[in-house]
Write a protein that binds this ligand. Structure first.
Ligand SMILES: *[C@@H]1O[C@H](CO)[C@@H](O)[C@H](O)[C@H]1NC(C)=O
Ligand SMILES: *[C@@H]1O[C@H](CO)[C@@H](O)[C@H](O)[C@H]1NC(C)=O
Ligand SMILES: *[C@@H]1O[C@H](CO)[C@@H](O)[C@H](O)[C@H]1NC(C)=O
Length: 344
């Protein structure tokens, strides 16, 4: 979730040291903000690290901390902040609707969600199979400006649930409030430490405790970081970006981050359920453990084996009418990252 990223980075570094070169979640953060251990080169990214095996580790102890998970039908409420084209909205809506859409051909988004469904609460209730889109809200005129903080994000959500016309419904038990910001909006720590995050709203600000996530469109600010591998950072010379499956680098890059946040919200909505590490203020959650892993062999800076469609676009799963590239998530039954496109 990367809520307090410095601490998460510290923990990741510790894990890295303990594992002595073992696989670790990866994204091309600006070099000076990550670690001083290695200089990444294009060759490392294309060929390196393939021995590493999908984050597999006997040292990762993901634990259940007795809090609630989202075990009843999940409804996602999108808040579109800033300027969004209807073609962009369609891609994102179809991804979310694909989560519970079984008829899509294998490997499918619904197959990806099956790993998330493996998590349960104290009563042995699994994460819900059903994830549906609910009412949406447009915040076209940037109600809280073009630079948001973690706290002002909560005010944006408050505006959406208390609007005088068509407020979003209040659903603390099975609602996910997903704030999506357009490419001209900066959010605290965006690009430097985070591409998205999730938490819950404070009753003192919003009036309710609502699980929410923010994901930014990085098209203008840092596609090489947050829309990797559909864009590559300038500091890695010679590396070619992959072609994105829906023709929109910013939005195709957001899809994996949206998947990451929804998977974590479902298994850790109030940040007291499923996470690794001893510090609840810097939890390492089921998607953090597999960031940057999209296929078999993935780990470190290697994405793992992905698929290519007839147009040469890179993806790893099918959804409704479309293809998507979505990172894998941690499977606590087998203790490594799994996804629907795994090769046996
Ligand atoms: C990283 O480097 C850039 C440019 O040199 C600088 O502006 C930025 O403050 C640095 N970030 C950190 C966290 O050191
Ligand atoms: C529910 O979780 C348990 C424990 O991980 C798992 O064995 C079972 O297959 C899950 N059920 C579904 C429907 O995913
Ligand atoms: C949950 O969603 C499924 C469809 O995915 C539906 O058949 C079922 O009636 C829903 N249950 C409730 C309690 O709304």
């Amino acid at each position: 979730m990367r809520h307090h990223c410095a601490a998460v980075l510290g923990l990741s570094l510790l894990l890295l040291l303990i594992l002595a070169g073992g696989a670790k979640a990866w994204r091309p953060w600006p070099q000076n903000t990550t670690t001083t251990t290695t200089v990444t080169t294009a060759a490392d990214l294309e060929f390196g690290s393939s021995k590493k095996y999908e984050g597999s580790s006997e040292f990762v102890h993901l634990k259940y901390h007795m809090g609630p998970v989202m075990s009843s039908n999940i409804t996602v409420h999108i808040i579109w902040y800033g300027k969004w084209q209807s073609s962009q909205k369609r891609i994102i809506r179809e991804f979310i609707n694909s989560i519970s859409h079984d008829p899509a051909p294998t490997p499918s988004v619904a197959g990806w969600w099956k790993t998330v469904q493996l998590y349960t609460d104290q009563t042995d209730a699994n994460i819900s199979r059903s994830v549906q889109l609910g009412a949406e809200k447009n915040d076209r005129f940037y109600s809280h400006g073009k630079s948001l903080t973690r706290l002002s994000i909560q005010s944006v959500i408050k505006s959406a649930v208390t609007a005088s016309t068509k407020p979003l419904p209040i659903n603390p038990r099975s609602g996910i409030y997903l704030l999506l910001t357009s490419p001209d909006v900066y959010v605290q720590d965006f690009c430097r430490e985070v591409c998205g995050f999730h938490y819950f709203t404070f009753p003192s600000i919003v009036g309710y405790t609502l699980p929410y996530a923010w994901v930014g469109n990085s098209q203008k600010l840092c596609p090489g970081v947050c829309a990797y591998p559909f864009a590559v950072p300038d500091y890695i010379p010679g590396l070619k970006p992959k072609k994105s499956p829906n023709g929109d680098v910013g939005v195709d890059g957001m899809i994996s981050v949206i998947g990451h946040e929804i998977a974590e919200l479902a298994t850790n909505p109030l940040v007291n359920a499923w996470y690794a590490g001893g510090d609840p203020t810097a939890p390492v959650e089921i998607a953090d453990l597999c960031e940057g892993i999209y296929g078999t062999g993935g780990g470190g800076s290697y994405t793992g084996q992905m698929l290519e469609d007839h147009d040469g676009a890179t993806y790893n799963m099918n959804g409704i009418r479309r293809r998507f590239l979505v990172q894998w998530v941690w499977n606590h039954v087998v203790n490594y990252c799994t996804g629907p496109n795994a090769l046996d």
